[in-house]
Ligand binder design. Sequence first.
Ligand code: GLU
Length: 379
Amino acid sequence: MVADLSTLTGFPASSSKRLIVKVGSALLVAPDGSVRRDWLASLVAELATRRDAGQQIAVVSSGAIALGARRLGLAKGGRATLEDAQAAAAVGQIALSQVWADLLGDHGIAAAQMLVTLGDLEDRRRYLNAAATLDRLIGLGAIPVVNENDSVATEEIRFGDNDRLAARIGQAARADAVVLLSDIDGLYTANPHSDPDAMLVPLVEMLDAKTIAMADARSASGMGSGGMVSKLQAAQIATGAGAHLAIISGRVDSPLTAWMESKRGTLFLASSKRGARKDWLAGRLTVKGHLVVDAGAAHALRQGRSLLPAGITATSGAYARGDVIDIADADGHVIARGLAQYDSSDAEKIIGKRSEDVAALLGGAPRAAIVHRDHMVLL
Ligand code: GLU
């Protein structure tokens, strides 16, 4: 199967009904701070062709900070301080939207700007709002151009990278595929700059610990700022939500066509659909608390059962009923995520206790489970 599929790995570019394309800053902005307009025009022409062929497209575009930094004369690409990055993004985002609007307009396509913060996608109600707007825009034939709202995002509440943002947008839009156009042409088995034996991984059918370790090794070797790590996190979010994710080179003109022809890149195949609500849970980047469970409870969770107080050995964080919490095994590996059925102050009193004792401890036990299986997703 692997061999067959790897000869077809360019297929999402032409066969996805709904496609998210993420463009990195280094592809959009030249070292002198100007927009790489000719390259972008070649990509936009491809997007127009794909849209005319019936595909629905949304773009996640970086480049605001890089463009604004140049215009404001800021050092370190505008990333020396948070205030610099925010100011650079505010200036650069206008220029960025203008370029996208111009180039898409040349093909008679309306560009639609959407700026989102982490909080917009972490809060369930705001997430559904953003999803509905995306859906409407795409349905109307506009191409949403999404970026993080960097001018108001602060360190604690930002995505920081558009790879994970693209995956979250793919999830919100119920996309079939997310394509990350990058300055690297895929995931390698080792750091390709220092290891001559490093090989491109064409296809990842299941994103397991072995695959994730390839990226860990690379950032440990000091290459970049963990760029591949955020791409793999994006792959985890997208594939878990039923979308394929590809990392391909944007270093060539018409990169989607180049990918379909060369098949060069890394394609992470979508895993089976979990349902929209559980996808949202799994893709959450912030949680309010953590539970640690014993081996018996970990086993029960993997069998699809709810989490009862008896199997919990520790709770941390201040959470309220309905907040999202992580569930880790005794080794500290997060194995599941779900909505707390109890406030943390009550959870502290009942962890490790048998269900029949819980009522006495709390003066009534309205819910048997601390996290019910219907509000839980295994990771
Ligand atoms: N949102 C940032 C920008 O527009 C880019 C984030 C990233 O580098 O992924 O400049």
